[in-house]
Write a protein of this length. Structure first.
Length: 263
């Protein structure tokens, strides 16, 4: 009889092969659609023409995309899965908002993997309302994913005084929206520049601003007995700070500032 481990490995290899094939076809359809939209215009291009240009049948097109406007966003489904995987595999000590920022970086990696194609697609979405609406719908999916995650990690005790539990859904949604908005702001600026500069560094700068503004109220999913991000001990005229190596710099500085303000 075949060994269970060998069967499992074979099944996994087949699944990976099928996923790779699926993504290859989707990208070929997307490339064909982009080229036809650029030469014939969006309205003048049909699904049949896109399928023919990609060398597949019309029914194959509709196995991958529901409409021609969806065809120029071939990677969003897989990117959403990767973003969710980041959330599910988050380390116990990580601040939930930092986890969400890492999750949406998967989206930026998708665009950064093909700078030229991303710039062309950006220009096209600016010109065609239907494509712009499709893009907005894709963004909404990320916001919903991140809102659910943050709501599941809300910590009433960690938030400012005077905020009731009824505000938790609002705060989770606002924080998730802030992360997505920061990402989109950096992305649009990068695309308008022709994909110039280190977009990941720009994104980290934007996330630092979001973290300072919206970082309260979400308890990192760590055991209660675990050490805080940073602690300060006064020894005569010296402050001694102890911090986790993975603690955000902003959190460390805030702890020090609070200790100094008590003088």
């Amino acid at each position: 009889m075949p060994e269970p481990e060998k069967n499992s490995r074979t099944t996994s290899q087949r699944a990976n092969g099928a996923a790779t094939q699926r993504l290859r076809v989707r990208r070929e359809l997307a490339a064909a659609a982009m080229e036809l939209f650029a030469t014939k215009g969006y309205e003048g291009t049909t699904v049949d023409e896109i399928a023919a240009a990609a060398g597949v049948a019309r029914r194959t097109f509709f196995r991958h995309f529901r409409s021609k406007e969806e065809a120029i966003f071939p990677d969003h489904d897989d990117t959403l899965v990767r973003a969710q995987a980041v959330l599910e595999a988050a380390p116990a000590h990580e601040h939930p908002l930092d986890t969400v920022c890492r999750g949406i970086k998967e989206v930026m990696k998708m665009y950064a993997a093909s700078p030229k194609g991303s710039v062309e697609r950006y220009k096209l979405t600016r010109e065609v309302p239907a494509l712009r609406e499709r893009e907005i719908a894709s963004v909404a999916r990320y916001e919903r994913l991140f809102t659910r995650y943050l709501l599941g990690h809300f910590d009433e005790e960690a938030h400012r005084d005077g905020v009731s539990g009824y505000d938790e859904p609002l705060l989770a949604e606002v924080a998730a929206s802030a992360v997505v908005t920061a990402h989109n702001h950096v992305l649009r600026r990068w695309l308008r520049s022709g994909a110039a500069g280190d977009v990941m560094a720009q994104l980290d700068h934007a996330f630092a601003i979001v973290r300072r503004t919206f970082g309260t109220g979400f308890g990192a999913h760590r055991p209660a007995a675990e050490q805080p991000a940073a602690s300060v001990e006064r020894r005569d005229e010296v402050l001694v700070t102890v911090a986790r190596t993975d603690a955000p710099l902003g959190e460390i500085m805030s702890t020090i500032e609070r200790a100094l303000s008590r003088d």
